[in-house]
Design a protein around this ligand. Sequence first.
Ligand code: NAD
Ligand code: IPM
Ligand code: MN
Length: 354
Amino acid sequence: MEHFNIAVIAGDGVGPEVIEEGKKVFSGISRIDGNFSVSFTDFPWGCEYYLKTGEMMPADGMDLLRGFDAVYLGAVGYPGVPDHISLGGLLLRIRRGFDEYINLRPIRLLKGAPCPLADVRPEDVNMIVVRENSEGEYANVGARLYSDTEREVAFQTAVFSRHGCERVIRYAFELARHEKRSLTSISKGNALRYSMVFWDEVFAEIGQEYPDVETHSLLVDAASMFFVKDPKRFEIVVTSNLFGDILTDLGAAIAGGMGLAAGANLNPERKYPSMFEPIHGSAPDIAGKGIANPLASIWSVSQMLEFLGEREWSQRLLSAIEILLMERRILTADLGGSAKTADIGAAVLEILGR
Ligand code: NAD
Ligand code: IPM
Ligand code: MN
């Protein structure tokens, strides 16, 4: 029998609340299936851990994670610990350390999910954003100078390497070819004449190898406008780290909200574990109340199942979420319901088991 060993970092705020439901669903699926099993190993890392120990994860933390089939993460960051410390010491450290250079974020309006845009149907919002996840604007390069003077300066240098751009753009082309969908590159070459002009050139170069893939290039400001005005023009999207971060929160908003947006941090070569997480944060405004929507973290279980080779279960799980939204209407407050976080996992499993 196949067995999956999953490392769990539930993290801060609503992280543990939503991850609990994802674990329930994953275990429940393995019981229904009967041909694979799953075990979870919990790592209590995060802001509380930091306040006790002075670090977000222990010094050998990356070694402890290395042998797992995947990492399942809730959220990191909480008032009381500066964000650059909490995120840099855990989430970003794992993304970089395990070379998870693809951040795959589906922006899909499931049937039954609310959309703030007028006259938009589920088939109009159905894209996959391939976000560069290892360098770009998030390269850890910069300096603060002259801090004791009135001429204080801060630098934050974006790094776009040929290797880094080529691999994410190639991944996106392969995905577009495989899915027979168009590919849109989103950049900003009109203002960022080094990094983004280079990105655009690499996109054009690699495009030569994929004459079968329809391509488009958009500036990020115009693209943001089209996300709202005409989302159906986007199928596969490839973009830089920061633009991808911002566009996927916008994407989440048009596809039912932060409670429904999932993301996979992939090391496609499988040299290191990949990491699956909802794209939202620790939501301090609702943490501890048991009302966070766990569907984003349950959707990331679907992404994890696909990555682990359980493609059929991945699809069935997404369909079950759709049935929950459309027919069962067992919904948390963000979706207009009164269900609790802890009701959702069982409701999804009930749909899967019938
Ligand atoms: P957030 O995503 O935590 O919250 C934004 C808004 O969305 C809030 O109103 C929140 O209540 C709502 N929301 C988020 N998740 C929800 C859910 N599952 N169900 C219902 N509503 C939900 O963003 P923020 O407030 O900017 O960040 C809070 C903290 O989380 C910060 O420390 C930030 O750095 C961190 N953060 C971490 C991650 C991550 O770990 N991947 C991602 C984003 C932000
Ligand atoms: C995300 C988050 C992170 C990012 C933060 C918390 C560092 O916003 O996963 O979208 O910017 O990548
Ligand atoms: Mn984000």
